[in-house]
Structures are given as C-alpha cells and as structure tokens.
Write a protein that binds this ligand. Structure first.
Ligand SMILES: NC(=O)c1ccc[n+]([C@@H]2O[C@H](COP(=O)([O-])OP(=O)(O)OC[C@H]3O[C@@H](n4cnc5c(N)ncnc54)[C@H](OP(=O)(O)O)[C@@H]3O)[C@@H](O)[C@H]2O)c1
Length: 267
C-alpha cells in the first residue's frame, strides 16, 4: 500500500486534518488533497504547500484516502473513485451518517473502510473522533486512522452500532455547551453585568470545569458537591435547575439527536 495520504474534499474538517498531520511531522510531500474549486486549491497550496490533484489521481497514488465531503456529496465522490481505487487502499470516511456498508458497496469488494465521526473542536486540536471499522478493516487500519485523527485531538473506538449515540453526545456536544453559555450570558446581563464581562466569566468557568473534569479523575457529582455548600448559593441554583427539569430536558434532547442521526443514515 503506498504511504501517501490523500484528503478528498478539503473543506473545514479536511483542512483541520491536513494541519494536524503536518504539525504531527508528516511532510507536505507525503500528503495530497482534492477540491472542487480552483480558488480553494490555490488557498491550500499557499497555506500548506501541498499538491492538489484530482480524485482519480489521489486514488491511484495514495494508500490512505480520507473522504471529507458533505454526506450528500458522497455518492458522487464514490462513483468517481470506484474505477481507480484498488482494494488495498484504506478508505476513511468522515461523513456524518454514512455507513461503512454504504462505502464498501460502492468500492472494489474487500476494500478496508473505517468510519470516523470527529467534531468541530478539530479546528483547535481538541476534537473527539469516534472510530468504527467496517467489514474488511483490521487492527492496522484502525491504528492508522487513530494516528491521523490523534493529530487533531483524541480518538475513541466504538462499534458502528453506537455511532449514532456518539454523534448525539460528541458530534453535537459542543453545541449544547454553546447553548448553555448563551443562556448563562443572558443571566449575567439580567444581573447587570456587561455582556463581555459575563462572557469572559462564563468561558473561564467552562474551561476551569473542563480541565477539572479531565484531569482530576473525580466523578462530576463529587466536583459539584465541592462547590455546593449547605444553605449556599449553588444549591439555590441547582434547585431551580431541577425544578425546571433541565436534567430530563438534556436526556430527551440527546435521545432526539440520536434518533435524528439514525433517520439521516437511512438510504
Ligand atoms: N464540520 C464539522 O464539525 C464536522 C464534524 C463531524 C463530521 N463532519 C463531516 O465532515 C465532512 C466535511 O464537513 P465540512 O464541515 O468540512 O464540510 P465543507 O467545509 O463543506 O468541506 C467539504 C469540501 O469538499 C469539497 N467537495 C465536495 N465534493 C467534492 C468532490 N467530488 N471532489 C472534491 N472536493 C469536493 C467541497 O467543495 P466546495 O467548497 O465547492 O463545496 C468542500 O470544500 C462532512 O461529511 C461532515 O458530515 C463535519
């Protein structure tokens, strides 16, 4: 299998991965990209010094093909690739809701396919990328995929049957936190704080809480109890959150996201 890696459809996620691979020490000469528009090609050449090729050339030359087009563009891309993709290529699909079976059925029988669901913090190297192997993907294919996606954050292997649940938690996850920050900022304004000061206070609280969650090894309940003194301010706020059913709303919201992810994956 040739050692070059190609990103096919180099938009936001594709460029984030490209940047991650270059920072991880891969040489630009080992990477290929494909695009749909010349101005995008020029921008990628200028920013990263990579070679821009056609999808067919990428399939012939690279051993690993990362498909990073929008889900609705996948059928066309796979049609273009199929005649040029030998079965020894590792095909990694990052398109939300596209199953490994869908990709496998359009390529040479036996092609190893890995499905990955990253999230937008890939743009700041803090992604969580959930990885599932298809029928012909073995340990070395999963390890190579991890190696690439570890360049933009963390990775986790899960069975493909759990990809919809992971999408609901981690793919959409950042949006829930942004929503919370928006609501808390409104609260800050209600309490008379300037918007920018409220924003800075909340963002730093979010960063502090995230680092505590990641690094302390403590259960979230333990961390919350440490801020919840008897008769204090935090418990007054928690009572209101419980009164308004915020916990139940989150559970229902994430279940709805999982169901929507499942529905979108239907052909
Ligand atoms: N953004 C996220 O947070 C996120 C998270 C998880 C997964 N994903 C998945 O990642 C994939 C890419 O998302 P994105 O946000 O990076 O989208 P994007 O910015 O639109 O990138 C896709 C790129 O592919 C190009 N393209 C489309 N068809 C092509 C073809 N046949 N040959 C070559 N290039 C082609 C598009 O060209 P044009 O510029 O001409 O449109 C665009 O530049 C999606 O499938 C999405 O489900 C994204």
């Amino acid at each position: 299998m040739p050692h070059k890696i190609a990103v096919l459809g180099t938009g936001k996620i594709g460029e984030a991965l490209l940047g991650g691979m270059l920072r991880a020490g891969r040489s630009a000469s080992d990477l290929l990209v494909t695009v749909r528009r010349e101005e995008r090609a020029q921008a990628l050449r200028a920013r990263h010094g990579v070679e821009v090729v056609t999808n067919a050339e990428a399939a012939k030359t690279a051993g690993t093909l990362i498909l990073a087009v929008k889900p609705q563009d996948m059928p066309t891309l796979l049609e273009e690739l199929a005649p040029h993709t030998p079965a020894d290529r590792l095909v990694i699909s990052a398109a939300a809701g596209i199953t490994t079976a869908f990709v496998e059925s359009r390529l040479t029988p036996g092609t190893p396919v890995v499905r990955v669901m990253p999230n937008t913090p890939a743009l700041v190297d803090e992604a969580m990328s959930v990885i599932s192997g298809g029928t012909h993907a073995g340990e070395r294919h999963l390890a190579r995929t991890e190696d690439i996606f570890n360049g933009v954050g963390k990775t986790m292997r899960l069975p493909e049957t759990q990809q919809d649940a992971a999408t609901a938690l981690s793919g959409s996850g950042p949006a829930y936190f942004y929503f919370l920050v928006e609501a808390m900022t409104d609260a800050g304004i209600l309490l008379g704080l300037p918007r920018d000061k409220a924003h800075d206070l909340i963002v730093q609280a979010a960063i502090g809480a995230s680092v505590m969650l990641r690094d302390s090894g403590e259960h979230p309940v333990t961390l919350r109890e440490a801020v919840t003194s008897p008769g204090g301010t935090t418990i007054s706020a928690i009572r209101e959150l419980e009164n308004h059913g915020v916990r139940a709303a989150l559970i229902a919201a994430i279940e709805a996201a999982r169901d929507r992810s499942r529905a979108l994956a239907q052909p």
